[in-house]
Design a protein. Sequence first.
Length: 422
Amino acid sequence: MLKRTHRFGAVALSAAMLFAAACSETVEDDGASATTEKRDDGATTEPQTATTRGVTDTSVKVGGLQYDLFFGDGRIGAEARIREFNDAGGVHGRTIEFLGAENNNNEPAKDIDIVRALVEQDEVFALLPVNAGAFGATDYVVENNIPMFGYGVNPAFCNNEVAFGITGCVTNPNLTTGSNALGTVLADYFDGDTDKTVAFIGEDNDASRGGLELLSASVEDKGFTVVYAEPTLPAPPEQVGDVSPYITAMLSSDDGGAPDVIYLQATLAAVQLSEALKQANYDGVIISPSYSPLLLGQPGYENILINTQVGVDPTEPNVQRILAAAEAVKPGQQISLALIAGYLAADMFIAALDATGPDLTVEKFLATLNDGFTYELEGVVGKSTWPENHSRSVPCAVLTEAKNNAFVAVQKLMCGSNIEVG
């Protein structure tokens, strides 16, 4: 269960060599074999690849990557669910060997080396958790048919048949399909009054740019007016310096005045921006997607709303279950978005293992998932259906308030609907 450290200086074997389909009844280094079948007329079918990389009669091997600064608890969540699963005896005679999750520092250039090491050296069956704002190994994963599970907040989880986001495809790069989840919870927060203006600010990367367009469509669908939506913040790991230009732009975005709502789509700078907004006497609603107990007590975090796509209410039975499982891995572990994301990625993978059955190959596993497989965890994440959610998000969200050094539930997890964008 311990994380393995890889050395990336060595030249990796060619992916084409490792993943080419076999032309005879032999087993390749990656565990892929080709078999032929005779039809009733005596002819043989084309070879059918059966990839068993990382699979034994008693175990299946997985490992992932994440951006530690923001998703550090993800590996704890994944290990918690996997330990829970293994302690219960596994499924179909197999338990899971978890190699941990490498830190990519949100630098996409690192991802191809990390993923190649996991697949070609460690021979993992699937990648999990994959939790990062950016991911630079999408082509490799798709071309080589590698199952991947994680928080689908980057375009790698969209428009392919191997990546499965716990909340579906959140930021479809096609920008044609979104959801009205944010608009739904915001309308509920304002008791149905949507005659309000909203400003968004995000980071200078593809995920954030797409996210801003989808978030804008979400609130507009419910009747809100978007007056500002700009991806002007430096993308992590670069730090935000002087915030005054951003504050000035947002506070004058509603015909020279301040909007009713400001949404800070920022991985690292949300608290800094929020504090500056308060110092400028902004009295509207501030929303951030950054749910982290480490931020509680900071002036910029107090009394703001946290928007998440998963339920984080500790009174929910399934959230309590996640916390209990995490306690067994790391005593004293607090609830966090990353913890839940890691747990759900592993839980979804486990559900797919069970559905696939004892004859486990990559091909059968993916075929099972992409043939009407559904996943949800009541009170924590809404229902996804595959393959439909390869191109659309799970349209659910919830608002939570950071107040008096604690998270206070404002509402239950709510689900809206998917919408056309543009």
